[in-house]
Design a protein around this ligand. Structure first.
Ligand SMILES: [Zn+2]
Length: 133
């Protein structure tokens, strides 16, 4: 068998093969989209590094670039998360929380890259709140 489809607490199907394929396609498409967008950003940035005599223009240009770099940083993180999710699909742990519980389908549809079930997520948020984050 390719995947271990049984939960620890019983013989429940974690994910059907077609559901895994759905998420695999979803991640691949999104990664493609993000890379295409990132490519646009990079090409939009080239050729504008030199000769900006007007200081105001130059400042505006530099803050634009900061903004673009931030976006790209966020995209890069998202791509990484989706790559990891693809790995989990491959090794059969996709849709299973680190506590061993199944992550609800509804939650996965809303946030496919999540690695935490709703209980663990709540616990994490409470801890973050306690730390004042
Ligand atoms: Zn959990």
């Amino acid at each position: 068998m390719l995947f271990d489809l049984t939960a620890r607490d019983g013989c429940i199907l974690i994910m059907k093969a077609e559901q895994l394929e759905y998420f695999r396609t979803l991640f691949n498409q999104k990664i493609d989209d993000l890379l295409r967008e990132a490519g646009k950003t990079v090409s939009g940035m080239t050729g504008t590094t030199e000769s900006f005599p007007d200081l105001t223009d130059r400042a505006a240009q530099e803050s634009d670039r900061d903004f673009e770099l931030r976006i790209r940083d966020r995209e890069r993180k998202l791509i990484k998360k989706m790559m990891e999710a693809l790995e989990r699909i491959d090794n059969g742990t996709f849709g299973i929380c680190s506590c061993g519980k199944k992550i609800s389908e509804k939650r996965l549809m809303a946030r496919p890259v999540t690695t935490l079930c709703i209980d663990c997520k709540k616990r994490q948020e409470e801890l973050e709140k306690q730390r004042g984050e």
